[in-house]
Design a protein around this ligand. Structure first.
Ligand SMILES: [Zn+2]
Length: 337
């Protein structure tokens, strides 16, 4: 291959979008999976039977963001573009938010709290109709969006530290830390609970994430001053690529300084996911889940196959589990930096 071609190919590889950007595949799957075990007896059998589906499909919304228009904004909300006290002042309900800001503005800066509520409504409908395909698809999907809403960096336009010279912090917090350390987390989160006000609770989740944001950015900045550059990063071989990652030492120091924040947000995610599933089921009149079809319809299986194919053939490579750190990445959360 001519040098020129190699150079072009290399450039292309460097420009490949860095996919994932929400808890990493690893954490999303773990959250959906663990949520199953907090369900009440009337639900747990059904969800356990389909636990593989619920786990594996926890990442579908991230896969879709390239293929489906309007998918990307469902994963975040850039609260700070609406001013300092946006967290307290933003209209909680979609209609009021549209009246105040217009749909275009909302779509530009992310809609995760409203989208969670919309998904909850659709899941309730699916339970009412006893539609297995929809129940499973919506359960897996809502799990993804709720988990995203628990991530502090999903609530700011500085979502990858790009405005504060901390590029890479997004995947560091939500992928690298849980992958390195979550085996030691306590994931006993108690029973799923009934949510009286799903729309307001979605905002409570976003609030807990947003209030953690100062520490996420601040502690990284403090620690960076204490670490030499070569101690902050290390190199790991993944497949046939050598990539720069935050060193274990830096990761552990950061984790200690956050004093359990990643674990707290992951626990919140697990408990919230199960509670939304439970609430949708209760609101649908607590249908007997033993009477549902036992396998997905042929159409749904085909749809899943197509979705995966589209992702694999899309304008990017499938994300390897644990791929947390390509400093060249240009796309995060479906947005251009
Ligand atoms: Zn996401």
């Amino acid at each position: 291959m001519a040098f020129r071609q190699i150079a072009v190919l290399l450039l292309f590889i460097l420009l490949l979008p860095f996919t994932g950007y929400s808890w990493g595949f690893f954490a999303h799957q773990r959250i959906n999976r663990l949520a199953v075990y907090t369900l009440p007896p009337e639900m747990v059998g059904f969800y356990k039977k389909h636990i593989r589906y619920i786990t594996e499909n926890a990442v579908n919304p991230d896969r879709r963001r390239y293929a489906v228009a309007g998918e990307a904004p469902r994963h975040y909300i850039d609260l700070d573009v609406y001013g300092d006290s946006a967290l307290y002042k933003m209209p909680r309900f979609w209609q009021q938010a549209v009246e105040r800001y217009g749909e275009d503005t909302l779509m530009t800066h992310g809609i995760v709290p409203w989208h969670i509520n919309r998904m909850k409504f659709q899941l309730t409908q699916a339970f009412k109709e006893r539609n297995l395909d929809q129940i499973l698809r919506l359960s897996a999907d809502i799990g993804h969006y709720i988990a995203d809403a628990c991530v502090p960096l999903h609530t700011t336009r500085n979502y990858n530290g790009q405005l504060t010279n901390q590029r890479g912090i997004h995947a560091f917090w939500e992928s690298r830390l849980p992958e390195l350390l979550s085996d030691n987390y306590d994931f006993f989160v108690g029973q799923a609970r009934y949510i009286e006000q799903p729309q307001l609770t979605a905002w409570d989740i976003v609030a807990s994430a947003h209030l953690a944001l100062d520490s996420v950015l601040g502690f990284e900045r403090e620690l960076t001053l204490e670490f030499d550059e070569e101690k902050k990063y290390s190199y790991e071989v993944r497949g046939n690529l050598t990539t720069r990652v935050y060193s274990r030492e830096f990761s552990e120091a950061y984790h200690r300084r956050l004093s359990g924040q990643v674990e707290r947000q992951m626990r919140l995610a697990i408990h919230s996911v199960a509670s939304y599933w439970f609430t949708a089921w209760v609101d649908a009149g607590q249908p007997d889940l033993r009477g549902l079809a036992s396998t997905l319809s042929a159409e749904e299986q085909e749809r899943l196959r197509m979705e995966l194919k589209e992702y694999e053939q899309g304008p990017h490579l499938p994300r390897e589990e644990g791929e947390t750190h390509q400093p060249q990445s240009l796309w995060i959360s479906g947005r251009k930096e």
